[in-house]
Write a protein that binds this ligand. Sequence first.
Ligand code: NDP
Length: 386
Amino acid sequence: MAKVLCVLYDDPTGGYPASYARDDLPVIDHYPGGQTTPTPEAIDFTPGHLLGSVSGELGLRRFLEAAGHTLVVTSDKEGAGSVFDRELPDADIVISQPFWPAYLTADRIAAAKNLKLAVTAGIGSDHVDLGAAIAHGVTVAEVTYCNSISVAEHVVMSILALVRNYLPSHRVAVEGGWNIADCVARSYDLEGMQVGTVAAGRIGLAVLRRLAPFDVALHYTDRHRLPRAVEEELGLTFHESAADMVPHCDVVTVNAPLHPETEGLFGDELLGTMKRGAYLINTARARIVDRDAVDRALRDGRLAGYAGDVWFPQPAPADHPWRSMPHHGMTPHISGSSLSAQARYAAGTREILESWFAGRPIREEYLIVDGGALAGAGAHSYSVGG
Ligand code: NDP
């Protein structure tokens, strides 16, 4: 029987919800491109309920305990005395989320002698030291595509919020003011702007598709080029590298995984090549940009705005400069954890566990590391090292 250690974010400060704003979720059975949404044999939760916090338990307790497994759920993940560190040494399976990552460092993986499977209830397994997972024969899987559209919607929202100066204008309304000039002195139309994405995978391409009707000029860079038909349909301009692309753009959105090639990509040098007054949106991973270089670029006007929902570390400390820098639209790491996304990543986690316990292969598209090597989706999009 397995011990499953699950690290989730805290419940709402007012307590676990007794009711919800809406009664149901739209039924979505496949993603763009045809991949089906998760197909577990059963679920023990109500889609649309809060599943990603501690009391939501990803809807896994009944399923695991009925099969004789042990489930430990905690949000306490930092430091030697944390519940996570205390429970890890004899855990067989760790489940964590990018929003509240239990960092599976090489030291922790070495200490977790029984660990065989690390599941990311979401997308982005960079909180797991993939090299160490490979060395120790730990399988790593994530729920590929579960929240890609959720994030793409957040990117589009952030672009519009920054360009239109929405958040400061909303604040004027909340605070009882009516000075139109205060609101519009930094407000523009997105129409006609040059918008580029670093990476055009599931999220990047979904962002491009959603922005095309805004009559913008679309650019992208990626390790692999999109099919010509897609480039023509959306009128895309391909660039060999981020360095080639960003000087042309009014808006840049980052949608690449964090790995050695992308870590620190947006430092002073690359930011210095951007148009004065460009906007940068990063919902991918914080360490793809240099924290202090972004702060400087906002203060000296190189960037007119920065938004996203990814920080390092997470949770971000109260004095993190991105909380107080000017012209930002930051949120905590929420874009991929809407109630809609939670229903998919809870179901996907269950699907992965059902496969694992039954000795069936985990879907190729969910695999990041397996059999001592990058595997499945991971072999395509991740690199190891650094
Ligand atoms: P995909 O794997 O579909 O797409 C990633 C794309 O990045 C691929 O097309 C890949 O290229 C490309 N890429 C990798 N390295 C580079 C590079 N050095 N330069 C340019 N392109 C590169 O992933 P998703 O679109 O689903 O997600 C992207 C990232 O977004 C995730 O890795 C995760 O970190 C983050 N994310 C954030 C969430 C949030 O809540 N904020 C939720 C979900 C994801 P190719 O495959 O062609 O080699």
